[in-house]
Ligand binder design. Structure first.
Ligand code: NAD
Length: 488
């Protein structure tokens, strides 16, 4: 049993002002594995004050981007050196299969840190434009103190999607991890101390929703970077909007994978289902609707069912496990509720649908394939956030695009075809923020985010950095030369 008694503020571990604790429960054993302080409003006030001081008086925003990038590189190297330890912690607290924790949670996070460290040398934080009225120096300055609010499903990764660009930009940050996954956040705090990140540049307080709301509305916060549910995103947007705070919102998804009639099933099935069941189906970018042409329907359903039935379900810490438990009992109840609704509305369970008999404890749901789903069914419209993938039939590629777009969400998507150009045509017509042809992938050097109710703004790529910058235009007398600044 691990016990933490401190919050991380101003580069120090200090006592929480409250006495409440959060119990971290293993989704596999259902046993309490750790206790951490339940952060209070006063804790958050301290964290914001430290971040404010580090921004307003500290050297941090005035270091060069290369100097700030150096900290990102050191953080990445430190995490990479202890990748298995970090992966074990994440698997223990939220149930992600160890192999996914290694690559999808931890290594991917270091790749994001490395990407932003590298961007320091190519991004134009200042440029001179030969404008209509004369030369103008355009600067990109840090937006200020950022609140980073993250979910439990990919805690470290969603944290670095904000920390990488925010720290490179020169912002200081208050990070609020989800109460389900505080333990990796403590590792992050320790790592920041170890690399000598200046005090107050990153502050971490684990807390629940109400204290999260306090952080969002805190006058010391200039920008909110949020990943989580669409419902919470709307509340945060409203609260931030009332104060004209900058926001980036990464929200839910219901992404469609279109198998065109000429798709190679040997590629399409593992790629689409690999994403659909990724992280036990608890992934915002999961391809949870598979759209199959009617004339290849039964052949494709057979291949999808075979792949689904072969998934190894079990202890997330076992390296052989492909599907672990859901994060919490309430999440299992939610997923089971969606499976029941799917059947009531006409969907048929081809594989799974229940709890795996071999697991005596843990919040497991079998990898489940629901076939004969129609676009209007609840299971095709709402985010389940569990190992449940739906299969829908379409008549023509235009029909498939219409079904893919028949969604309130627009986060990810994919198309599989022997004709890559035809795939690009489909990609152009689907209203979604990221798309892949003949694979499932997330590109870190390009923008990631949602159309429609999947979010506002973008993370990753230079666009993700721009989200933590304010543009300033300084008009200059004719003929002015600004040494060292490129003219564009
Ligand atoms: P959630 O919205 O309940 O909580 C996310 C975080 O926000 C937690 O830290 C929570 O304490 C905090 N929070 C909740 N309400 C708040 C409020 N009103 N003010 C301030 N903070 C608040 O989501 P969850 O259940 O933890 O995560 C699952 C959701 O996250 C899914 O919908 C999933 O699609 C989404 N998600 C999206 C992405 C993406 O990049 N688009 C990535 C991962 C997860």
């Amino acid at each position: 049993m691990e016990t933490r008694e401190h919050i991380y503020v101003g580069g120090q571990f200090i006592a929480s002002t409250g006495t409440g604790t959060i119990e971290v429960v293993s989704p596999h054993t259902e046993q309490v594995i750790a206790r951490v302080p339940d952060g209070t409003r006063e804790d958050m006030d301290k964290a914001v004050a430290a971040a404010r001081q580090a921004f307003d008086q500290g050297p941090w925003p005035h270091l060069t981007p290369a100097e700030r990038a150096d900290y990102l590189t050191r953080l990445s190297q430190l995490i990479q050196g202890r990748m298995d330890d970090w992966a074990r912690v994440i698997s223990s607290e939220m149930g992600s299969p160890f192999s996914f924790s290694q690559m999808g949670q931890v290594f991917a996070s270091t790749m994001v840190l490395d990407y932003y460290a590298g961007l320091a040398s190519t991004y134009h934080f200042e440029e001179v434009r030969n404008g209509i009225m004369g030369p103008a120096l355009v600067r990109r300055e840090p937006v200020g103190v950022a609140a980073a609010i993250i979910p439990w499903n990919v805690p470290l990764f969603t944290a670095v999607l904000k920390l990488g660009p925010a720290l490179l930009a020169g912002c200081t940050v208050v990070l609020k991890p989800a109460p389900e996954t505080p333990l990796d956040a403590y590792l992050l705090a320790e790592a920041c101390q170890e690399i000598g990140l200046p005090p107050g540049v990153l502050n971490i307080v684990v807390a629940g929703r109400e204290v999260g709301e306090h952080l969002v509305t805190h006058p010391g916060i200039d920008k909110v970077g949020f990943t989580g549910s669409t419902a919470a995103g709307k509340k945060i947007a409203a609260a931030a909007g009332a104060q004209l705070k900058r926001i980036t919102l990464e929200l839910g998804g219901k992404s469609a994978s279109i198998f065109l009639p000429d798709a190679d099933l040997a590629i399409a099935v593992p790629q689409a289902l690999g994403s659909g069941f990724m992280n036990n189906g608890q992934a915002c970018v999961a391809q949870t609707r598979i759209l199959v042409s009617r004339d290849r329907y039964s052949e494709t359903v057979d291949a999808l069912a075979e792949w689904t039935a072969a998934q190894v379900v079990g202890d997330p810490l076992d390296p052989a496990t492909q599907i672990g438990p859901l994060v919490a009992e309430r999440q299992r109840a939610r997923v089971e509720g969606y499976i029941a609704i799917a059947q009531k509305e006409g969907g048929k369970i081809a594989v799974g649908g229940g709890r795996p008999a071999a697991q005596s404890t843990g919040w497991y749901v079998e990898p489940t394939l629901v076939v004969d789903v129609e676009a209007k069914h609840t299971i095709a419209q709402e985010e389940v956030f569990g190992p449940v993938v739906s299969v829908l039939a379409y008549d023509t590629p235009e029909d498939a695009i219409r079904i893919a777009n028949d969604s309130d969400f627009g986060l990810s998507g994919s198309v599989f075809t022997a004709d890559v150009q035809a795939g690009i045509d489909v990609a152009r017509k689907v209203r979604t923020g990221t798309y892949t042809v003949n694979a499932f992938a997330l590109e870190f050097a390009a923008p990631f985010g949602g159309f429609k109710q999947s979010g506002v703004g973008r993370e990753l790529g230079p666009e993700g950095l721009a989200a933590y910058l304010e543009s300033k235009t300084i008009s200059l007398p004719a003929g002015t030369v600004v040494p060292g600044v490129p003219i564009v």
